[in-house]
Design a protein around this ligand. Structure first.
Ligand code: 6PG
Length: 257
């Protein structure tokens, strides 16, 4: 049953990252207690770097790093050492600084020039790891997502073919404005998650955030993320929330430190 989205407004990005880190720790210890492992899909872009840095600083009670399995929600078609690589960002900010097991880090091999081959390989990694039967989708314990100025999330951009994918777990999505492929988990996978957390900071996101949360008819990719049997949490800072109507702010949990 789709739970109503939770919106939490934090004073600033530091508080937002702290709140996200606390959620991460709580979900990690619960999953490890229940299943022996915690499966998380990381987001890319610039926003989550602050969170990854905080997690690496042990800002929250001891994390079961050895039991955390890392995946990516999306990736750019570049090698892992490229400045645009989402893997590289997470590696530099967190994974290179914490006792994670390398065999638990499942990056998209975006250095493979054949975009289709790269996603076929990642789909196989996911199917093997989650021991999926045909037609089944993986259930991540947690998926972090961001929000682009055009309403995209992961690499699900408005008007792109990936939005209508119903069967595959990950696709190579041609994004005309970048004249490049982006690799992205599909909506069926995102909506199979136990918990999705959007991280949105900065005044420059206030218009699109209002559109996503207040205009159901906008038909934006980020609006299509509604876990069928899981939590949907929007962690936004005051600047990003500045365009939201009073009532939404009133209903949102104002979580100041
Ligand atoms: C990516 C992301 C993308 C990102 C948004 C927001 O690879 O770029 O996964 O979906 O989350 O574009 O990006 P910023 O956090 O940089 O604003």
């Amino acid at each position: 049953m789709a739970l109503p989205p939770e919106i939490r407004i934090l004073d600033n990005s530091e508080d937002l990252f702290q709140a996200a880190a606390v959620e991460f720790a709580a979900l990690a210890s619960e999953a490890v207690r229940n299943k022996g492992r915690f499966c998380v899909a990381l987001s890319g872009g610039s926003t989550p770097r602050g969170l990854y840095t905080l997690l690496a600083k042990d800002a929250v009670p001891s994390l079961p790093w050895g039991r955390i399995c890392f995946f990516w929600g999306d990736e750019r078609h570049v090698p892992p050492d490229h400045p645009d690589s989402n893997y590289r960002m997470a590696y530099e900010a967190m994974l290179s600084k914490v006792p994670v097991r390398l065999q638990n880090v499942f990056r998209i091999h975006a250095e493979v020039r054949d975009a289709e081959a790269a996603v076929v390989a990642y789909e196989q990694d996911l199917r093997t790891f989650f021991n999926l039967r045909p037609g089944e989708f993986p259930r991540f314990d947690l998926v972090f997502l961001g929000l682009g100025p055009d309403g995209h999330t992961a690499s699900l951009f408005p008007g792109t073919t990936a939005l209508s994918e119903k069967d595959r777990l990950v696709v190579a999505n041609w994004v005309e404005k970048f004249k490049a492929y982006r690799f992205t988990l599909t909506l069926p996978v995102l909506n199979q998650s136990a918990c999705v957390i959007f991280l949105v900071t900065g005044e420059e996101k206030s218009d699109i955030l209002r559109e996503v949360l207040e205009n159901p008819g906008a038909d934006l990719p980020a609006q299509k993320v509604r876990p069928t049997d899981g939590r949907l949490l929007w962690l936004v800072d005051r600047a990003a929330a500045s365009g939201l109507p009073k009532q939404t702010k009133g209903n949102a949990r104002l979580a100041s430190s």
